[in-house]
Write a protein that binds this ligand. Structure first.
Ligand SMILES: [Zn+2]
Length: 192
């Protein structure tokens, strides 16, 4: 899938690219966790949940885990996830999920149990015009980041206020975006 090595935030072995349904994940062979990129999250989680995770990441405490590409400290984020798929479930069904986030790499890392508990089967696979516009923005930023990375260390901030930390991270997010866009437009996937 990629010539980039993502390392397990816990044990630093190379993560394997695993497809869980239509979810492209990065997983540790020893079961330490399940990782996804931000663009992959956009395709599967509700936008308000992603926003909540990203917002919390800005002030979250450092965790003991290291980011998969750069080996920087990750942050531990706890958010409430609303499992609102069951109609008439007035009790809410909201539960807390703790995950590790590598903001610069736009990478989310879950315990396997927590990942499987995420309400991933949300009913609207077709993104709104607003979401498409946001994805277009991410794509443009990824391109800028890749171009900028070739020239200098600095790269532009994403709309979440974090820089793309590396060409690797930007490429991973761009790849996820292109796949999503291809699926949305009903066009063949663009392959690198
Ligand atoms: Zn591991």
């Amino acid at each position: 899938m990629s010539d980039l090595d993502y390392l397990c935030p816990q044990c630093r072995t190379t993560l394997a690219a695993v497809a869980r349904g239509d979810f492209d994940t990065w997983e540790c062979k020893d079961g330490h966790g399940v990782g996804i990129t931000l663009t992959e999250a956009y395709g599967h989680f509700q936008e308000d949940e992603i926003r909540a995770i990203w917002q919390a990441a800005k002030s979250a405490p450092q965790s003991s885990l290291k980011s998969p590409v750069l080996g920087q400290p990750m942050v531990a984020v706890t958010v409430a996830v609303d499992d609102d798929e069951v109609e008439g479930n007035q009790a809410g069904g909201s539960h807390l999920v703790t995950l590790d986030v590598a903001p610069a790499e736009q990478f989310l890392w879950f315990h396997v149990v927590d990942f499987e508990a995420m309400p991933a089967d949300l009913p609207n696979p077709a993104p709104s015009a607003e979401e498409l516009a946001k994805l277009e923005q991410i794509r443009a930023q990824s391109r800028e980041a890749v171009a900028a990375d070739a020239k200098r260390q600095e790269s532009p901030e994403s709309d979440f206020g974090y820089r793309f930390g590396s060409k690797a991270a930007a490429l991973l997010n761009l790849t996820g975006f292109m796949k999503k866009l291809g699926a949305v437009a009903g066009k063949p996937l663009e392959r690198r």
